[in-house]
Design a protein around this ligand. Structure first.
Ligand code: NZQ
Ligand code: ZN
Length: 388
């Protein structure tokens, strides 16, 4: 295992009814920017539950944060937050609303020009000021509730860029599994696949003498395989909902990445598919992930074979045979959850995609992705073409 320094400052309040703890965790006298999405929280009662706890505060609402939150929308929240002098952000929603809150939190005090520059120039992590954030998570998937990462899209340039900052870890996140019951099947499947892919990004590299990390990662994947179909079938099953929620958080709160190599090329390529065609984040991972493993097979086959045995119980065959079977099992799992795995199943205009992505990465000088930079631009092209 490699050396590491790890700190995760987010307090988790897990369980049914934890929304009632809201006011114990927000500073008294705070002026709160209450940020949410397109209105699901009004239909399922989460808005009312949260508002009932916030009577003593000055609350400024900002709604309409879309899936794959847009810079253009968020700058309106930044203007509002500055005008109203908000000093706390409560994000109530899925990864998009939580990510949006992180951008707003850094952008409000940013005085060096256009906040988008922080993403382009990768300076978000060096900022010294951010408004504190608390969250009520309504969609288990991204891990945004317990990490310092965010992904923001810009409509005008069709870009989707990520950033990270230690200042935007939520101070607290409320994980009440009953919120899962109102999620549509597509979002549930997306959540399972996003979390599963997060584990793969931090696991499917090469053996690194880190059995504790491997066991954590394999445990999360086995749990998602076990409960994924159940939760899609019955999102009101509170036991599965709780395990689903915590699996998603554990998949991307930084823990399983410590001391081991990580990949993340599937995500980098996937973000381009969302930026170009509006395909849901998790669907892009289902399209790219298995093909990345096919193209990078010789570099990843040991770990693929370990995954085959320990996650999919494939015990027969050579390393190569087990590794190949594990990729097929992964694709079958995504199909079982109702998610398609070919780009052409999502957009008719796919034929130039590999060249477009290759160009975009070259312009940004992203020429060596993945663990040890093994996913070169040629490999990116091959992976995307194989995904058609
Ligand atoms: O907007 P509303 O009306 O709330 O509806 C949302 C939205 O349409 C709906 N929804 C959320 N909770 C619900 C619900 N509907 C019914 N009942 C509920 N309880 O679900 C839709 C999708 O929500 P969204 O927040 O977009 O989904 P998700 O959580 O998958 O977030 C995706 C975003 O997170 C980024 C992705 O790139 C994408 O932009 N990611 C963030 C990461 C991070 N911060 O660490 C890592 C991930 O890899 C990912 O990149
Ligand atoms: Zn993801």
């Amino acid at each position: 295992m490699n050396s590491f320094e790890y700190r995760n400052p987010t307090k988790i309040l897990f369980g049914k009814g934890k929304i009632q703890k809201l006011k114990d965790n927000i500073p008294a006298n705070a002026t709160i920017l209450f940020a949410y999405g397109g209105g699901s929280i009004k239909k399922n009662g989460i808005y009312d539950q949260a508002m009932a706890e916030l009577g003593a505060y000055r609350v400024i609402e900002f709604s309409g944060i879309e899936a794959n939150p847009k810079y253009e929308t968020l700058m309106k929240a930044v203007d509002l937050g500055r005008k109203e002098k908000i000093d706390f952000i409560l994000a109530v929603g899925g990864g998009s609303v939580l990510d949006a809150a992180k951008f707003i939190a850094l952008a409000i005090p940013y005085d060096a020009g256009d906040p988008w520059d922080m993403l382009v120039n990768r300076t978000a992590g060096q900022q010294k000021k951010a408004i504190p954030i608390g969250t009520i998570l309504t969609l288990p998937a991204t891990g945004s509730e317990m990490n310092g990462n965010s992904v923001i899209s810009r409509e005008s340039s069709r870009e989707k860029l990520s950033f990270g900052s230690p200042l935007v870890f939520p101070a607290f996140s409320i994980l009440d599994p009953t919120v899962v019951s109102s999620l549509p099947k597509t979002q549930l499947a997306n959540g399972v696949i996003d979390a599963f892919s997060h584990v793969l990004e931090q696991y499917m590299t090469y053996p690194a003498d880190a059995p504790i990390q491997d066991n954590f990662a394999e445990g999360i994947m086995r749990t998602l395989i076990e409960i994924g179909p159940t939760i899609i079938d019955n999102p009101s099953d509170e036991i599965s909902a709780g395990n689903f929620m915590w699996s998603c958080t554990m998949a991307l709160n930084g823990l399983i990445a410590q001391g081991v190599p990580t990949d993340w090329a599937t995500h980098m390529i996937g973000h381009e598919l969302t930026a170009l065609y509006g395909i849901d984040h998790a669907q892009t991972l289902a399209i790219i992930g298995p093909n990345l493993y096919r193209v990078m097979f010789s570099d990843k086959k040991e770990k693929l074979a370990q995954y085959a045995t320990r996650v999919w119980d494939i015990r027969e065959g050579s390393t190569e045979e087990k590794a190949t079977a594990a990729i097929e099992k992964t694709v079958a799992f995504f199909h079982l959850l109702g998610v398609k795995t070919k780009l052409s199943e999502y957009t008719p205009s796919y034929k130039e995609t590999a060249a477009i992505i290759q160009d975009r990465f070259a312009t940004r000088k992203w020429t060596a992705l993945g663990e040890n930079g093994i996913v070169t631009l040629d490999k990116v092209k091959e992976i995307v073409e194989l995904s058609y």
